[in-house]
Design a protein around this ligand. Sequence first.
Ligand SMILES: Nc1ncnc2c1ncn2[C@@H]1O[C@H](COP(=O)(O)OP(=O)(O)O)[C@@H](O)[C@H]1O
Ligand SMILES: [Mg+2]
Length: 353
Amino acid sequence: MAKRTYGLDVGSHSVKLVELSGDKTGVKISNCAVKEIYSADQEFNLEGPPPRQVASAVKEVFREMKIHPWRARNVNASIGGPYVSVQQVRTIPLAPEEMESSLAFEARKHLPLDESEAILDFQILSGDMESSHMEILLTATTQKTFSSFVNMMKEVGIKPRIIDAESLALVNSYLLTQKVEPEEIYLFLEIGARSSKLTFYGSTDLFFSRDIPFGGHHFTEDIRSLRNLEYGEADRFKKENGIFFEAAAAGANGQPPGLSIKVARKTAQQSLVEEIRRSLRYYTKETGRRDFQRIFLAGGSALIAGLDTYLGQELEITVELYDPTDQLQLPVGFPRQLVPQLAVALGMALRQD
Ligand SMILES: Nc1ncnc2c1ncn2[C@@H]1O[C@H](COP(=O)(O)OP(=O)(O)O)[C@@H](O)[C@H]1O
Ligand SMILES: [Mg+2]
């Protein structure tokens, strides 16, 4: 029987599960499921969903795919949110025994405090004791975030093989399926519900990842205030009509469409654009690179019609819906339009080590 591996992505709004099966003929996405954590009319909570609902959504994705979580070996799970950070840091040469404590100090600079210890994972990218410095890829989270995630998995009955950060999973979904040009800077924008994650990857350039506090929830909030709707209604409206309906209805003449016509304050998409611009400027300042070819758009909010075009026009960079599945086999009827939302789970499922 073909070997199966699973990638599980527990987000702020929905849970995604991807099953891969591999044999001589190649790798196939043999199954997938997406379950929303919130019920239809329940309001989104920026502090995170009720843990019990998270656990039941995780159970449901397994149930939908007819898998017993405790029987599934090879489950790789991603962990994300504001308390998870992945940064490339430059340090003086560190001996193995001083790595942990020096990096814990470094990690603290990138993590919001939640009264618990930082836990770390790191990878030396370049340098040794003889070099002038070391480049280290540092992944950090807080003990509290990590324990509650592990406890939730335990409750569901999952023994994860690998737990890794979301932004690395997304980059891995590319590295493990596509040809990587050594000179290119790859940009990934994953727009979830609570926030968006912008990640820069270059095989010889700085890895940089940043959480931008605007996402699908903020699009829904704009619609709610604009149209005086309940949260659930606004969310449904968003999924049916997108967020550019006002401009479309008015037949905007070449202007970037948006809710800005009626909303006096900045719209979520304008704030998002501003924050992306800031990050692009920062990256250019740090590395001298400004030759960004394109941005891959992922996450559930990537499914909003016209968002890729809007971002492309505003940022003057090609923005394309992320789909790294060209080397994978897909079953007949596979919901290809969900690939951007499944990308993190796919990246986790592809991990072999
Ligand atoms: N078809 C769609 N059209 C517009 N927005 C969508 C659609 N599907 C999902 N979303 C939005 O995407 C967000 C969820 O994306 P996801 O990447 O799963 O988030 P997270 O990883 O934070 O759980 C929600 O805000 C949801 O409303
Ligand atoms: Mg997500």
